[in-house]
Design a protein around this ligand. Sequence first.
Ligand code: ZN
Length: 372
Amino acid sequence: MPPVSIYCSPERYVQGAGATAALGEQMALLKMRGPVLIVAERGREFVPRDEWAATLGPAGYEFFFHGFNGECSQQEIDAIAAQIKARACGAVVGSGGGKTIDAARAAAYLAGAEFVSMPTAASCDAPCSALSVVYTESGAFSKYMRYPRHPTLVVVDTAVVARGPKRLLVAGLGDALATWYEARTVAEARADNFFGGKPTVTGTGLALLCRDILVADGAEAAAAMDTHSVTPALERVVEANTLLSGLGFESGGLCVAHACHNGLTCLEATHRYLHGEKVAFGLCTQMVLEGRPREETDTVLTFCEKVGLPTTLAEVGVDSGDADAVMQVAERTCQKGETSHNEPFEVTARMVADAIAAADRLGTLHRDKAWP
Ligand SMILES: [Zn+2]
């Protein structure tokens, strides 16, 4: 392939308080086939059965449920794919967090069904993407699965998002904040995005818009979650966390922040922390590794502190005194094929380990207002 620039996106994006009610109509408009398999976390359905019936019924869709087991592992993906085939479903709706959506999307692809993404939290940039992050049964990063097509439809009901835990939205802020800093590096390095093409100005530009919305509205949106209120600031941040971050990371590309996240997942102790929380610390590491100006690193650290994102190793479950653990993370960050190699310079495990340790120290000093 010649060095072309590539930009991709879902076919249709629908967002608003009560957007679940628009699902059936939107699916029919896109001429999606039924029956529909709804994949939702077992015992934690965010949308009650009668709401599904009220939107899918009038549009003529028969539907079934699959209770997601909590981990986007190959075994769970295969179990969902078997259900899709057994019921001859034409469409799959993934309703839940990033892992639920990733597992449902992988299964839909394997079974040849169309996919509808319905995130119940603005916790990560999975919903709009054309890839799944697959983990082992015990929760360690295993691989990326990439698909030729994006979700046909993405429906984000902000009333459902606002009912959820604040921590999920805040984690989404961490994932979305990294988008611009990673996309900028990829553009500077003229490295490839997720589609094996060069970033378009559109993809990189959307990543910048995402960062600007977060800096302007992130803290206000996080505060709205305290009272489970849907406000214009929350709407803008949900869109930034879900749509802009999703488009920005895929079309703009990833580098050290996400590679460091993948590195952190090799330590069992980090598994109770969310994707975006680990990405936030990964971003702090990236800022140090790239030697960015103080003002920029200050913007990142100040934002993280304001909304409650980790800026130290301890805040993602790692003992900063454990040099072996830090080196293990650094080695995993630099594994062959990792996005850490999208930097415009060679990245070694030693450099990453030093950046992790320095970022951890900087995070502590900044929080204590003792940054020299
Ligand atoms: Zn991410």
